[in-house]
Design a protein around this ligand. Sequence first.
Ligand SMILES: *Cc1c(COP(=O)(O)O)cnc(C)c1O
Ligand SMILES: [Zn+2]
Length: 417
Amino acid sequence: MGRIKGLKCRECGRLYPLEPIHVCEYCFGPLEVDYDYDEIKRIISREKIERGPLSLWRYKDLLPVERGEDSSPGIGFTPLLRAYNLGRELGLKELYLKNDSVNPTFSFKDRVVAVAIAKAKELGFDTLACASTGNLASAVAAAGAKAGMKTYVFLPDDVEAGKIVNAAIYGPNLVMVHGTYDELNRLCSEIADRYHWAFVNVNVRPYYAEGSKSLAFEVVEQLGWRAPDHVVVPVGSGSLLTKIGKGLNEMVKVGLIEEANTRISGAQPTGCAPVANAFAAKTLNIRPVKKPDTVAKSLAIGNPADGYYALKTVGGTGGGFEAVTDDEVVEGIKLLAKTEGIFTEAAGGVTVGVLKKLVEEGKITPDECVVAYITGNGLKTQEAVTERVKTPFFVEPHLTSFEDSVIFNRTATPISS
Ligand SMILES: *Cc1c(COP(=O)(O)O)cnc(C)c1O
Ligand SMILES: [Zn+2]
């Protein structure tokens, strides 16, 4: 057998073949890709990875597909930036930002879709679909268009305008659902049962989820093959955080690094913080949020599929969860822009807000090597900040008008129409 053993139930450990299935028939536990790490250890090395493509496919030995780089090049291997200004502002000596807002459709979702579509093609699907809070829709629509597949994307009808255009432009069948993400997700599960479509985050979810591990792999490589002391990760369904934990462990298992003592902390908005609330209440029982109400719509998942595993992952590392208000989210977006010149979306504002809070609470200390994951681009969620940015000067095209208004700060002459 090769490096991939099959799918394995996270609860009872039963093994399944590599098929488009995601739940255990016996205990209803979620399925996860299971690898032969001894075999991978034999074939993988730092040198081989460094010679690989400048994309997430340099880690193909740890991903559940045979081919991928030809169908989705240019995804991943995004910059890890040393954030001197933000670090100084927060009192951190070694802060980095993993800027995943520069992926082809401007969020980390391109990674998960790259793996999902590669697997969907291997499995013979001709239709790609997803249940999205916003960013997944554009990633699926773009990948589906490039692959020449039929594509259906489902979005809640209160999503930001920028997220709709960023999906619609690729020409998918775009379905706006009048309801919460959780209601939409339930609808998609029913559709996935009836139609033979590859729903990236439903029936091919085990493969999709593996794409997020690349965010752990790249950070370790970019730090010079060293695991950070602390990472801060935004949490919607909890899959990204869980897989960053899995990715770090795998790097140790296959001998790429000796140890990973990384504390993992999760970030949520207070208007939809089911996982952070459970953590605060010291329970693994997540109480779903019925009506999420937050500016961070990409994290507005009231009943997170991997919330339980995100709690277990964080607990095992000594990290924590925090939540921030919409005001703190906007402040986070502005702080990142003003200190580092990066315009992130609301989810990134949640991450920066929580990073700040964890430092203030002493849960992150000044000497730690810290990485904050910036997962999406601000151009898609402009309504979050439009009312909260500095207003421009309005001037006539004359030097005196310019100086009056801008240099001497006198009241500008109103522009007559
Ligand atoms: C989807 C998304 C997340 C959350 O990922 P999960 O795997 O659902 O926890 C974070 N940030 C952005 C920008 C996203 O689009
Ligand atoms: Zn099971």
